[in-house]
Design a protein around this ligand. Sequence first.
Ligand code: UD1
Ligand code: CA
Length: 469
Amino acid sequence: MSSLGAEPDKKIEAVILAAGWGTRMASKLPKVLHHLAGQELLRHVLTTVAHLEPESTHVVVGFEAAQVREALDDMNGQITWVTQEQQLGTAHAVQQATQGIGKGATVLVLLGDVPLITEETLSACVEQAADNSICVVTAEVANPDGLGRIIRNAEGAIEKIVEQQDATDDERRITEINSGIMAIPSEILVDLLSQVSSDNAKKEYYLTDIVGIAKASGIEVTGMKAADADEVSGINTRQQLSALERSHQRKLARKLMAGGTAIADPERLDIRGEVTAGVDCFIDVNVIFEGEVVLGDGVSIASGCVISNSRLGNGVRVEPHTVVDGASVAKGCTLGPFARIRPGTVLDENVKIGNFVETKKATLGRGTKANHLAYLGDANLGEDCNVGAGTVTCNYDGAEKHTTKIGNEVFVGTNATLVAPLDIEDNAFVAAGSTITKTVEAGDLGVGRGRQKNIKGWRPPSARGTDKG
Ligand code: UD1
Ligand code: CA
């Protein structure tokens, strides 16, 4: 909003329509709680609208309110909940919210099932609405089926919006659709809403009718065309949701590729959060990113990995089917295949984590290796250690968690059971098959196992001719 303009910033009152189950989803989950790119549809809208700094954000919910409120509990501070007991239509829904809206505001109506609307389009729409004029966000789409059509007159001005069910064959051929999003000065909104009737195919109070009513009462209606049809895509069915998800994912993949990441197949990558990557990373098929993920240069991620809220340094290799969550991984590390790196894992340079190794709240120093079948939980390991297959830190006594501390250049033999709290000092050695419960001092060998006994000339029962009856 330009500082040159004399007009002060507009007071925005956001109204998000989110009531009803969305019966066509065939779900026990309210429609606006279904996920797109890892987030509820309604959360997308709320996050975008927050950037416009509205005076308040009114969210209209119905009988499913409890579920919606619970799912968005963390955003409660920014929401004014409005209840619409019966879903009598979008105009009726807006009407419920207007009671809490004063004069002098620009009401920005959004739909909870139109998740990808951008901040840019919304602020342009708000800017274009004026004291005596409404602005409607529209889009040109290839398939307008099921949507409201924008009817323009010979001069190209918007005359009205006609819903699919009420449209003539000619009107149905129009490809400019109503996004459902509009900005209206609060003074005229209340008046226009009171004139809407339910005399239509669905017997609902359509918000879209206020456009024709406005026009007839000399109020100007302008359109703001969204740059991209996905921005205004509404979700009524699971098919529409999956189509929008793929389209959105394709864009996210394109953005990563433009920044220098190689993607084996952009159709088989899912970003449910935000990924930043250096150059020359490679992402194989069926990888999922969640939350905030930061990749250095030349990171390679093999097929079937799920990487959440983690940082992977330059040259890190993640082998197939590895799960990395809440970890910080320094350059040159190798993880997997089939490894599970859990929150609080911090790996220094060139650490190797192999197959079926699980780490949790574990720090591993430079060059340390755990190549097969191990659990390292609540453990601090120094540099250049070798952790043998089958090693388990026993970190939990049933009541509390305890820490295992391992120094530098420690060799832990195969199948060691390390009972925490425990210290294994620098250069110590743990014999294979040991259960270690006491400190192993620097340079010492810790052995904690029964000794082998061989019985001379032993015969199995079968060879002794035992009669089993
Ligand atoms: C609506 C528009 C249509 C537009 C399309 C864009 C109307 C009459 N139609 O149609 O012109 O092309 O969106 O996606 O506005 N809702 C309530 N209370 C109600 C009814 C709906 O809160 O009584 C909420 C729903 O939760 C939903 C949103 O409003 O999030 C839109 O309602 P929906 O029934 O999906 O409208 P569409 O038929 O898609
Ligand atoms: Ca809809």
